[in-house]
Design a protein around this ligand. Structure first.
Ligand code: ARG
Length: 465
């Protein structure tokens, strides 16, 4: 049964029918579409646009459809073009002629906007949950390794000792901002477009606020044309996703480097490494590399959506159908990446001695020597230059900084005393960085995030019970 063709003289060309159908993507929207219909039906009855009896029949049919959607047995048929016409057609077989009243004061244009928003809201919840799981994995690993010291890097050159846990917690902060971005975008997504109709609104006495309330959406569109055209929420979802993917790729790359024989700071357990078809000795970090690689897909989908939206003329345009696949693909891909990354973090074994040895390179304490002189009253820039000369001498004479005699050091700066040798301890160096947010404060930082995680876990338990 072709969709609504009474005013046409010809059948729709089969290739065209296949081309315009969106059932493959719309499979992800079935539940949302039925929920939207339930809310709309309740509103129509409340406003006297259909009778209580009619709404009862429609709701009964919709409940059956919802059940089959939840069980995954509601398969969309290409013949009916999209999820909306599929639901409507099925409903007729369940609710009879009363189903013909459901589309009163409604268009597929406001329907698809609603479905898409509900879908994105569900995906935001899933992302936030997975981000929190990843954060928990990071914090557990940080707590396990709280006193392990390693070189911190700038320009991928050894810089100063830091705690390994401090390095891990840097990623906790990135993912915290990602959570906040998703949560903030949810406010702008949770706006009901139902009642906008095709684009003008309707002459019938509807109550869009009631419909929104039925759906648990806190607000309603202000302009009916904007309501059917707005896909900003999808762009925001992909923008937030791009930053998650970017952060994941930074974490992936960092772990891959730390896992190399050249660094040897960590090792991935066998459960997260793969073999080579040719080289028997190989243990490759493929899952982590794929997390890094899939960033391309996520960023690409944002660009794809923006190009689809660019220069669309005002109103609903069928191009908007192309706005759904990028979001569906990114949601699925990124959620898998987050899940895998949380597993990987738990499957890291830390090589504390190798890190400690690398962090004990005396050149990493050059800045501590500068701060030592600053405490003795030497102006910072002068102290910096004096230590630079000491570093150069140490390199020229092939003598580590801590083996240079006090008289050689005094030649660089008279304020050096024999207690300067105390700075050449990586753990002490890291512990001394007690300025707010510094690596010496990591124990406090760890406690703070552990408390936050415990709080959010008990909140989740509360929400479930
Ligand atoms: N399937 C369309 C979409 O995903 C919604 C239908 C709107 N079609 C129309 N002819 N107004 O955007």
């Amino acid at each position: 049964m072709p969709v609504l063709r009474n005013r046409f003289k010809q059948q729709l060309n089969p290739a065209v029918a296949k081309y315009v159908a969106s059932v493959a993507d719309d499979q992800a929207f079935v539940s949302a579409d039925i929920e939207g219909s339930m809310a709309h039906c309740a509103m129509l009855a409340r406003q006297g646009l259909i009778t209580t009896e009619q709404s009862g029949k429609i709701l009964q049919g919709l409940k059956l459809l919802k059940k089959s959607a939840d069980e995954g047995t509601f398969q969309l048929n290409e013949e009916f073009e999209d999820v909306h016409m599929n639901v409507e057609t099925h409903l007729q077989s369940l609710s009879g002629k009363d189903a013909l009243r459901l589309h009163t004061a409604r268009s597929r244009n406001d329907q698809v906007a609603l479905d898409f928003r509900l879908f994105v809201l569900t995906q935001i919840d899933a992302m936030v949950l997975l981000l929190k799981k990843l954060q928990s994995a990071i914090v557990s690993k940080a707590a396990e390794t709280a006193t392990v010291v390693m070189p911190g890097y700038t320009h991928l050159q050894r810089a100063q000792p830091v705690f390994f846990s401090h390095a891990l917690l840097a990623f906790y902060e990135m993912f915290q901002r990602d959570i906040e971005r998703f949560v903030q975008s949810a406010d702008r997504t949770a706006v009901s477009p139902l009642g906008a109709g095709a684009q003008a609104g309707t002459s019938l006495p509807i109550d869009p606020i009631f419909t929104a309330e039925q759906l648990g959406l806190p607000s309603v569109f202000a302009n009916s044309i904007d309501a059917v055209m707005d896909r900003d929420f999808a762009v925001e979802f992909l923008m937030a996703s791009c930053l998650v993917a970017t952060h994941l790729s930074q974490l992936a790359e960092t772990l891959i480097i730390w896992n190399t024989s050249e660094f040897g700071f960590i090792q991935f357990c066998d459960s997260v490494t793969t073999s080579s078809s040719l080289m028997p000795q190989k243990k490759n970090p493929d899952p982590v590399e794929l997390v890094r690689g899939n960033t391309g897909l996520v960023v690409g989908e944002l660009v794809s959506l923006l190009v689809t939206l660019k220069a669309l003329p005002l109103g609903y345009n069928r191009d908007l159908q192309c706005s759904k696949p990028p979001v569906i693909r990114v949601a699925s891909e990124l959620q898998s990446s987050l899940e895998v990354m949380a597993v990987v973090i738990g499957a890291i074994s830390v090589k504390a001695t190798a890190m400690q040895v690398a962090a004990s390179d005396p050149q990493l304490m050059a800045t501590d020597m500068v701060e030592y002189l600053v405490v003795k009253g030497v102006p910072f820039r002068q102290a910096h230059e004096a230590v630079a000369v000491a570093v150069q001498l140490s390199e020229d004479n092939n003598i580590p900084l801590y083996e240079m005699s006090i008289s050689d050091l005094k030649e660089c700066c008279a304020e050096f005393e024999s207690d300067v040798y105390d700075v050449f301890d990586a753990v002490k160096s890291a512990l001394s960085k007690t300025s707010p947010g510094g690596t010496g404060k990591v124990a406090d930082a760890l406690k703070t995030v552990q408390t936050k995680i415990a709080g959010s876990c008990s909140q989740q338990r509360g929400a479930k019970s």
